[in-house]
Design a protein around this ligand. Structure first.
Ligand SMILES: *Cc1c(COP(=O)(O)O)cnc(C)c1O
Length: 812
């Protein structure tokens, strides 16, 4: 039961003393009058001491051995809370609990006071956070680089069923984990002009018209086993000067700080769109700001240790998380050519050998481009460099006999057809030695669709790295009851090496006694979750019902709408036959919609409208409940996932690059209802298709249907169930205050059903019937549940990182 294996039990006394000392001397509070939040700060600061010792020895070690460094550049890190994660990875969670209890403080109470660090939108940012923890665990000398947003992802409030966005003020009470590095500062330029370097053709001097400072803030991220921590270095933008004193003294008090406000806006807010919105100037500033600061920092570190800029790729690997940092291709060229005087071709080889790029989406509207005009104005030297790279690239293709004009214009860095735009995906592709997709299917589609020509030209560049999750957070921390059960039957080893040990759980699927214990831990988690919902939302849930969960960003391709249509169909079926033999269900939703994404926000309103009608209909008698939990974030996911029976992973096949919540649920023993999309495909290979509920069109069938247009009226007419649901919505049954509220959504389904909701609906309904059938045979259900947990070892982010380190970074 005890998982404190790294530090001696004497630590309780030491920890207690350290917490008290932090409370007194750093927080400045008397234990007599300390509030819970003060105790949280004191505990976090005491925990940080343990981390810092290990962090420093890891850093010294990296210098001593000259180990290759890995830099993970990401505009998003969706971290969540760090207290329990750090204590657990240090192996002193129980010690901390006891130390606090001695002081009259309940760790469970104070853990909830830590704000979520929500510096990301969803899966892409969460992946970066899991990777940081895995790299620390595997002993890779690594840095994450990003932006220290003052306001992370907005806080979602549901008012009268509608999403409202409010600012998230995660730094209001201070951040106990970070160290401000006032001395690590770089000046970042924008605008201005370019002049030739004396006596050189390709080397230029960029004279920016505007400058801001990037200041480093470091957060150590602890790996499992307390062996070492790596650094998450986030940049904050500051003005060159805080105040213009002469302006202030002349009486213009606002004008005196205007420059400060402008400079600081760069790190003010996380870009609020998820993947649908076009970029604005501030976004491009953010991208360049953090890339320039990070490259300046890592080249300084490299030169200090190795002296020679040309050996950069030998000692460093830079991973670009999506195209957001793709300007790094031009910035690294600028540093090499303009600053270090490296000849152009050698600089290009060095750049390509150092960089690699991860693609996260094939949705055409999400492929980043920037107008040439904006680039020329904001980053004139980079635009020149991009033109030069493009000219050389296209020339080299022509020299190879590639003369097909439409192919050349397709792979060009400049899109000439939409008012001249720079294609960041193509820039990242040709500037990287490896490009990876994030699941087998996604990588295959990359080769066949967006990067088809690139793949033909560079056949060995595209490779697959199926995503993973850190089991420390998503199993040990989120679900201690299941973790204890696994340790009990498989030994401590299961925590140190789940990839190899979890498969040994398979035989237990046939063990009735074990299945019972497995079901019991789920039941306790469901009871706790039901308590939470009763307290926070005043809705009573039957913990014996199937907890059917879809939690993720709200997006049309993720098809929360299809889930809602099925919910309404179930509601109608129960109403039409109230005495039928129904299986009780709770439909649980959570997720944020991008603030400007109208359809997604309407789907949230529909979920709340349906909940209101269903939950208040006495004839339904608790057989069906619908819950939309507000403000989905990492901490909420940690509470919901261990209580889930059914995991909804129902995206239109071919559109979800990987998904990672599918892995979190499977690891915790939920059964998946899903399409053959993203990593669901690999999950079905590893846990067995018979232990999931797979349905719907396959990716190639979706592609075929999309080519023939989105008219679904025939499908709707041929499906009495779907017709009845759509008619019910259209009648205003769920929106009596505004009967036509959902006409827009319904019209899209009928005439432009790009995401194949109608085409997949009946098959989805049938799959849901199979869910009920299995649920009503508990032996089979729990056997499948055990096999899900047992089959998920491969989806550890440690495995993913090992593959990156071996195939892309050469860093293990
Ligand atoms: C895991 C996670 C995601 C990604 O979920 P998908 O269902 O894979 O899109 C998004 N947000 C949070 C808070 C997560 O924990």
């Amino acid at each position: 039961m005890t998982r404190a294996r790294f530090i001696s039990p004497n630590e309780v006394a030491a920890l207690r003393a350290n917490i008290l000392s932090k409370l007194t001397y750093q927080v400045g509070k008397d234990p007599e009058s300390a509030l819970d939040h003060d105790w949280f700060m004191a505990t976090a600061l005491a925990t940080r001491d343990y981390i810092v010792d290990r962090w420093m020895s890891r850093t010294r070690e990296a210098y001593r051995t000259g180990q290759k460094r890995v830099y993970y550049l990401s505009l998003e890190f969706l971290i969540g809370r760090l207290l329990i994660d750090s204590l657990s990875n240090l192996g002193i969670l129980e010690e901390a609990r006891r130390a606090l209890a001695d002081l009259g403080v309940d760790l469970e109470r104070i853990r909830g006071l830590e704000p979520d660090a929500a510096l990301g939108n969803g899966g892409l940012g969460r992946l970066a956070a899991c990777f940081m923890e895995s790299m620390a665990t595997l002993g890779i000398a690594s840095y994450g680089y990003g932006i220290r947003y003052e306001h992370g992802l907005f806080r979602q409030v549901i008012a009268d069923g509608f999403q409202q966005e409010q600012p998230e003020n995660w730094l209001d009470f201070g951040n106990p984990w970070e160290f401000e590095r006032a001395e690590v500062v770089y000046e970042i330029g924008f605008g201005g002009h370019v002049t030739p370097y004396e006596g050189s053709q390709l080397r230029q001097v960029w004279i920016p018209s505007e400058k801001v400072r990037a200041v480093a803030y470091d957060t150590p991220i602890m790996g499992w086993g307390g062996e070492g921590a790596n650094t998450l270095r986030l940049w904050r933008s500051r003005p060159l000067e805080n105040i213009k004193l002469d302006t202030f003294n002349a009486g213009d008090h606002i004008g005196a700080v205007a420059d400060q406000a402008r400079a600081e806006s760069i790190s003010r807010v996380l870009y609020p769109a998820d993947s649908t919105e076009a970029g604005q100037e501030l976004r491009l500033r953010q991208e360049y700001f953090f890339v320039a600061a990070s490259l300046a920092d890592l080249t300084r570190r490299h030169l200090k240790q190795h002296g020679d800029i040309m050996s950069l790729p030998e000692h460093n690997a830079i991973q670009l998380n999506d195209t957001h940092p793709a300007i790094a291709v031009a910035e690294l060229m600028r540093l090499l050519v303009d600053v270090h005087g490296v000849p152009w071709n050698a600089a290009w080889d060095t750049t390509v050998a150092t960089l690699s790029y991860t693609n996260h989406t094939l949705l055409p509207e999400a492929l980043e481009t920037w107008s040439v005009y904006l680039m020329e104005r904001l980053l004139p030297r980079h635009m020149q460099i991009i033109y030069m790279i493009n000219a050389q690239f296209l020339d080299s293709l022509r020299a190879r006999g590639e003369t097909d004009g439409s192919m050349l214009s397709y792979v060009s860095l400049i899109d000439e057809s939409h008012g001249r735009r720079v294609r960041m995906g193509n820039l990242a592709f040709i500037g990287s030695h490896k490009i990876n997709g994030v699941s087998g299917l996604h990588t295959e589609l990359m080769r066949k669709t967006v990067f088809r020509s690139m793949h033909r030209l560079f056949p060995d560049r595209i490779n697959n790295k199926t995503n993973g999750i850190t089991f420390r957070r998503w199993l040990y921390q989120a679900n201690p009851a299941l973790t204890d059960l696994l340790v009990d039957v498989l030994g401590d080893e299961v925590q140190d090496d789940p990839e190899n040990v979890l498969p040994r759980l398979k035989p237990y699927a046939n063990d009735a006694n074990f299945r019972e214990r497995f079901a019991q831990q789920r039941r306790r988690n469901k009871d706790q979750f039901a308590d939470l919902v009763r307290k926070n939302m005043d809705i009573t849930l039957d913990p014996g019902a199937i907890f059917d969960v879809q939690i993720k960003r709200i997006h049309e391709y993720k098809r929360q709408l299809m889930n809602l249509l099925q919910t309404i169909a179930l509601y109608q079926a129960i109403k039409n036959n109230p005495n039928g033999n129904w299986t009780p269900r709770v439909k649980i939703f959570a997720g944020k919609a991008a603030a400007s994404y109208h359809q997604a926000k309407l789907i949230i309103k529909l979920a709340n409208d349906v909940a209101k009608v269903v939950n208040n209909d006495p004839s339904i008698r608790d057989l069906l409940k619908v819950v939309f939990l507000p403000n989905y974030n990492v901490s909420l996911a940690e509470v919901i996932i261990p209580a889930a029976d059914l995991s909804e992973q129902i995206s239109t096949a071919g559109l979800e690059a990987s998904g990672t919540s599918n892995m979190k649920f499977g690891l915790n023993g939920a059964l998946t209802i899903g399409t053959m999309d993203g990593a669901n495909v690999e999950m079905s290979e590893r846990v067995g298709e018979e232990n999931m509920f797979i349905f719907g069109l396959r990716a190639d069938e979706v592609e075929e249907r999309q080519r023939t247009g989105g008219n679904s009226s025939e499908i709707i007419n041929n499906s009495p169930r779907l017709s009845a649901v759509m008619a019910d919505i259209r009648s205003g049954h769920f929106s009596p205050d505004d009967p036509s509220r959902y006409n827009g959504l319904l019209d899209v389904l009928t005439w432009h059903d790009r995401f194949q909701v109608c085409a997949d609906f009946d098959d989805y309904w049938l799959a849901q019937s199979r869910v009920e059938e299995r649920w009503n045979q508990p032996d089979r259900w729990w056997s499948s549940a055990v096999l899900n947990t047992a089959g998920m070892g491969w989806f550890s982010s440690d495995r993913t990182i090992r593959e990156y380190a071996t195939d892309i970074w050469q860093a293990l």
